[in-house]
Design a protein around this ligand. Structure first.
Ligand code: ADP
Length: 374
């Protein structure tokens, strides 16, 4: 068996698939936008993922195509399928991670709990939604948003005027009720093309300025019911949408212990980085197993707690590598993962995982190690 896995996109997620691919003996190749992070490590072709011929040529050399991001156009994915290429997740599933309006409509059909929402084509429609929802709402661009870009809390429809102006004819924005959540959670599921699925423990995610800052696995003080409901929602979405590979479901928990789906990612996700060091099978290995249709690994935690803290921004005055000795010396139990990305304010340039029996200690050690790179 020699499975050749082709990853489209050369960011940190592709980069972190490389070590487990090597361990499993899979031949991993990357179609990257430039000679950046993953390109330094794997057999890489540099090219434009929006160009059908570039992607088709890349796909011809591999047995299965998967992704580091969700931006490959549907037309390109459909061409690959028509060529007989194994694509995981496939375009039928991926469309719901590419378009938040399509996702809301499909989750409604599946009966999955989510915030009140509406497709709003103009300011009048948004104003009507605001009037129905206490005068405040969240407006989102359906496509292309990440790390909070493309998400705005508004109290007057004209606050989204620039987005409406940029919306093509026939397109619309997504309006959502402003959920008074007590915390954010994430549920990951891995699913093989043959249908087998495994469920990770539900985790708590902490966002700052729309960017994931920290993750605690499992989510502290989660009742049995919450754990079960989150798992059920994850599996329902993975099966209902036909997701293959890793699925992350971002969730809001409300003060009456209801959980509502925020959004979906069909690839390894920041909320699952803890699993590299905190679970028997980390999400990057699991994603490879799933897309290659290999038996899935055990998603159980290895420790009572795992804490992940993102390294955001990075050092202003020195390279990450210059800071590495001090960071590694700080807490020998901390696991440091860096992405070989140029530091920039707010940019995710790495993360730290710490596992242990005491949550406060793990949080402290992970934060203090990450802070050495600030
Ligand atoms: P992105 O695609 O940029 O990650 P999200 O849809 O996940 O955008 O939103 C980013 C953040 O904005 C969320 O993590 C949450 O903190 C906040 N948010 C998004 N939707 C809502 C909502 N309906 N109610 C309250 N907060 C929200």
């Amino acid at each position: 068996m020699a499975v050749r896995v082709g990853v489209i996109g050369g960011g940190q997620l592709a980069r972190m698939m490389i070590a487990p691919a090597v361990e499993l003996g899979l031949d991993i190749r990357v179609l990257a936008e430039d000679h950046g992070m993953a390109a330094q490590l794997a057999a890489t072709q540099v090219g434009d993922y929006r160009d059908a011929e570039t992607v088709r040529r890349f796909a011809r050399e591999v047995d299965v195509v998967t992704f580091d991001h969700e931006h490959v156009p549907q037309e390109v994915l459909r061409l690959l399928q028509a060529d007989g290429v194994e694509v995981h997740p496939g375009p039928d599933a991926l469309q719901f991670a590419q378009d938040k309006l399509a996702m809301r409509a499909r989750l409604e059909e599946l009966g999955v709990p989510q915030p009140d929402w509406a497709r709003v084509e103009d300011e009048a429609a948004l104003q009507a939604f605001l009037d129905d929802h206490g005068g405040r709402a969240v407006v989102k661009t359906p496509r292309g948003g990440y790390d909070g870009k493309g998400v705005r809390v508004v109290s007057r429809a004209e606050e989204a005027a620039d987005w409406f102006a940029a919306t093509a004819d026939g397109d619309a924005l997504l309006a959502e009720e402003l959920v008074p959540f007590v915390r954010e959670l994430a549920q990951q599921v891995a699913r093989r093309p043959s249908g087998d699925a495994v469920v990770y423990p539900v985790v708590e995610t902490v966002q700052r300025d729309g960017v994931c800052a920290e993750v605690i696995a499992p989510a502290p003080d989660a009742s049995e019911k919450l754990v079960e409901v989150a798992a059920r929602i994850g599996v329902r979405i993975a099966e209902g949408l036909g997701v293959t590979g890793m699925l992350a479901v971002e969730l809001f928990e409300t003060d009456d212990e209801r959980i509502l789906v925020n959004e979906l990612a069909m690839r390894p996700h920041n909320s699952g980085h803890w699993s590299q060091d905190g679970a028997i099978t980390g999400q990057f290995e699991q994603h490879l197993r799933a897309v290659a249709d290999l038996p899935l690994g055990d998603p159980s935690p290895r420790a009572t707690w795992a804490v992940m803290v993102n390294i955001l921004g990075g050092p202003a005055d020195a390279a990450m590598t210059d800071r590495l000795p001090a960071a590694l010396a700080a807490h020998p139990s901390a696991k440091v993962h860096t992405y070989a990305k140029a530091p920039r304010p707010g940019r995710k340039v790495g993360h730290v995982n710490v596992t242990g029996d005491d949550l406060d200690d793990a949080v402290y050690e992970a934060r203090s190690t990450a802070a050495r790179f600030a």
